[in-house]
Design a protein around this ligand. Structure first.
Ligand code: GDP
Ligand code: IMO
Ligand code: MG
Length: 431
């Protein structure tokens, strides 16, 4: 037990003993599970919503009435006027994109002034990072990752190489030049182009100055003031740079560990993790995808589920729910409860399949471990006929409830939220 006497002068701010619960919303598949919609709903009871990793590769969609909002860098809780949104130090920020997003959201009637906060130590994505991302992908041929071309990988590479440009460096002409000039020249750009980007970034910095904060100080203070903090994940567990289907992953920690690295978590806080899934899986970009649907079911789900990227517009590949990967994602994201979105889409099919295990190298396996090569597995399915609607008038039917119970039993995790349609209110909260 730490006390003030053990560490005079240091421990006075540390409180231990009473646990306070905070929340996190994390994707458990390859992204696009419907995280934004659940963040929006839970933000009714949150004071601060925090993005802690990733960047504008994320696209979190919320339909409010007839208006569609897409959040890329700005936290998805901001439709609630009293919520504060923090872009924490673990995020990679493209200043130009962020300003565009702020302007778009403000044109849709949101006021972000005074309640959006950007960490001064977040990493900057420059136009040259985007160029690098694009060139790397173009040069990779068949082994291209299929990135969102938002410059995410190159910016995190700079961070890990300990030479990143931080948001606060935008305010030092010397530091900005020191970073941008060699970066641009190495990529073959001329001095005039470098100068153009230098000026653009300086202009962006001026516009963003009002939002800057020290994310550590901000979170520590707001927590002490009693704020309920909600951590909003980008991407999904299977895209995690440590645990995902490497190398077909993003460049950040999208799982539980990423919260602690990318944003401050007070030591007496306990985070309840809400893991978000769909009743099928989708993937944009390359990489193994064992449960890819047969063409007819694929067409139905992709169309009904509008499975097209919120950031790039690319069609998402659709596959059957993969329980070995779900078990794995639950473990690596330390999930307490599930949010199960898009149940309404499943009822478009008369029969669905659930992958309950794999055949791999002559053996049957129920659990996925990273040493299993997903390119080699043959999925083993349970086939479930859909004989009655699962959702009627945005509510769960008896058949819908039975399906949720089946999923709870198979996953071992309670389902608290069920998505019954795209609109923000089409969310059932189970007891
Ligand atoms: P995120 O990146 O995890 O926030 O998910 P996206 O926003 O990229 O993709 C999820 C899509 O599904 C969005 O267009 C949502 O509006 C939509 N959506 C979310 N929940 C539901 C649901 O329960 N039913 C239906 N039909 N659509 C949903
Ligand atoms: P949200 O938060 C789905 C995928 C890309 C690519 C890989 C690496 O909306 O769920 P990157 O640009 O990050 O270097 O691309 O990760 N990807 C996503 N797929 N949803 C996302 O975010 C994604 N963010 C990145 O398609 O396969
Ligand atoms: Mg998305």
């Amino acid at each position: 037990m730490i006390s003030d006497t053990n560490f005079p002068g240091q421990a006075s701010n540390v409180s231990v003993g009473s646990v306070r619960h905070l929340s996190a919303i994390l994707g458990l598949q390859w992204g696009d599970e419907g995280k934004g919609k659940v963040v929006d709903s839970l933000s009714q009871e949150a004071d601060v919503v925090v993005r802690f990793q990733g960047g504008s590769n994320a696209g979190h969609t919320i339909y409010a009435g007839t208006t569609k909002y897409v959040f890329h860098l700005v936290p998805s809780g901001m439709l609630h006027p009293t919520v504060q949104g923090l872009i924490s130090h673990g995020v990679v920020v493209n200043p130009l994109k962020l300003i565009g997003e702020i302007e778009k959201l403000e044109s849709q009637g949101l006021s972000l002034k005074g309640r959006l906060f950007i960490s001064s130590t977040a990493t900057v994505i420059t136009p040259f990072h985007i160029d690098q991302d694009t060139k790397l992908e173009a040069g990779a041929g068949a082994s291209a990752i299929g990135t969102t071309k938002q410059g995410i990988g190159p910016a995190y590479t700079d961070k890990i190489s300990r030479k990143a440009l931080k948001v606060k460096d935008l305010y030092s002409p010397a530091k900005l030049r020191e970073f941008l000039t060699p970066q641009g020249l190495a990529l073959g750009f001329d001095a005039a182009t470098v100068e153009g980007h230098f000026k653009t970034l300086q202009n962006c910095a001026e516009k963003l100055e009002q939002y800057l904060c020290d994310s550590f100080e901000f979170l520590e203070r707001r927590y002490k003031e009693g704020a309920h903090i909600l951590y909003e994940g980008g991407q999904g567990a299977l895209l995690d740079v440590e645990y995902g289907t490497y190398p077909f992953v993003t460049s950040s920690s999208t799982t539980f560990a990423g919260i602690y690295a990318g944003a401050f978590v007070p030591r007496d806080a306990q985070i309840e993790v809400i893991g978000i899934i769909k009743p099928y899986v989708t993937r944009v970009g390359g990489g193994p995808f064992p449960t890819l649907m047969e063409p007819e079911a694929h067409q139905i789900i992709q169309t009904a589920g509008k499975e097209f990227g919120a950031t790039t517009g690319r069609p998402r590949k659709c596959g059957w729910l993969d329980l070995p990967l779900l078990h794995y994602a639950v473990k690596i994201s330390q999930v307490d409860v599930l949010g199960f979105m898009k149940l309404d889409i499943l009822q478009e099919l008369s029969e669905i399949k659930i992958c309950v295990g794999y055949e791999w190298r002559g053996k049957k396996v129920e659990h996925y471990y990273p040493s299993i090569d997903l390119e080699e597995v043959k999925p083993l399915y349970e086939v479930i006929p859909v004989t009655a609607p699962l959702v009627i008038d945005s509510k769960l039917t008896a058949a819908g409830e039975a399906f949720i119970k089946y999923l709870e039993q198979k996953s071992g995790v309670p389902v608290r939220y069920v998505g019954t349609g795209p609109e923000r209110l089409q969310l059932v909260v189970r007891g």
